[in-house]
Ligand binder design. Structure first.
Ligand code: ADP
Length: 293
């Protein structure tokens, strides 16, 4: 009787793990969300309401500035449908507004950002907490650039625990600093849709113009040499300790960020999918073991 139950559990695990790999979870995006509720704040409404996912992906991307998190977040967003939530994009959008529309806290934050320094935790957390609806989104999320300090990671954990939200994984992208400096120097961003390019690694079809929306490509102020050094130092000091924090929580997925963006993405996706399959299989086995007893 017991063996018969276990056989049933095994069949169930195989079918569930197979279904996890199928498309209902990973349909390619046909339209891109404008992320209004994240970029502009909770009073704005996103253009698209994401369809609820059965198992929403809730990811954090870690890695030094310039390692390619923004590019990977975009690729992951298109495959997993989860929304790309970048704190850097919120600050840049605020910086593009007229000065009279910027709050004093935001003006101060933009000063830190231009110098390549981290914005104080209290300002960043107030901004994220205000947007907590985006973390509850039924389509899931991909956090890029947050958390960046242990204090931010702890605040986020407390909030997610209290809301009953579970992280799927934390992806840490690794790259030698020498390569990061080359990458940041060549990075260009679309002024309209924020797609990220690189002058040699991921060039647009037409120089200076975005392939997706024809927007103008620009170099970020903090990608200039004087800010790059400050940003890498801030990363070493404040953000690198998060790797251990999430490793201890059993959430870390480590990815070497060398090579072409599409290859790094495929490698990330394979690892995430394998992790999810293991997680679902484990849940099913535990549920069946409970029933067997
Ligand atoms: P990067 O490409 O360096 O990873 P981002 O686009 O994520 O940069 O962020 C740009 C800048 O915005 C950072 O250098 C920092 O000044 C500020 N910033 C963004 N997110 C945070 C955060 N979570 N904590 C503190 N500062 C932040």
């Amino acid at each position: 009787m017991r063996c018969h139950m276990c056989f049933e559990a095994l069949v169930l695990v195989i079918s569930v793990t197979a279904s996890v790999s199928w498309s209902p979870y990973i349909q390619p995006m046909t339209m891109t969300n404008n992320r209004a509720a994240w970029i502009e704040g909770p009073s704005a409404q996103c253009e698209i309401t994401p369809e609820p996912a059965l198992l929403p992906w809730r990811l954090i991307l870690l890695g030094a500035p310039g390692v390619g998190k923004g590019t990977q977040a975009e690729l992951l967003h298109r495959r997993l449908r989860a929304c790309h939530l970048s704190t850097g994009d919120v600050f840049r959008a605020a910086g593009a507004r007229a000065e009279c529309d910027q709050s004093p806290a935001m003006k101060e934050a933009l000063g830190y950002m231009r110098r390549g320094e981290l914005v104080p935790d209290s300002t960043v957390w107030a901004m994220v907490r205000e947007r907590k609806g985006c973390l509850q989104c039924a389509g899931g999320f991909i956090l890029d650039g947050f958390p960046r300090t242990l204090a931010q990671a702890e605040s986020l954990k407390e909030l997610m625990d209290s809301e009953g939200l579970k992280l799927t994984a934390v992806v840490n992208y690794e790259l030698p600093f020498s390569e990061i400096v080359v990458r940041m120097g060549g990075r260009r961003t679309c002024d309209k849709c924020k797609t990220v390019y690189h002058v040699t690694e991921r060039p647009p079809r037409q120089e200076g113009k975005c392939d997706r929306c024809d927007g103008k490509l620009f170099q970020r102020e903090d990608d200039r040499p004087e800010s790059i050094k400050v940003r890498l130092e801030a990363y070493e000091r404040s953000t690198a300790p998060l790797i251990e924090f999430y490793r201890n929580l059993g959430l870390l997925v480590e990815i070497r960020a060398t090579g072409m963006p599409d290859d790094i993405f495929e490698h990330t996706f394979t690892q995430l999918e394998a992790r999810r399959v293991r997680e679902v299989a484990q849940r099913v086995l535990v549920a069946h073991a409970d029933r067997c007893e």
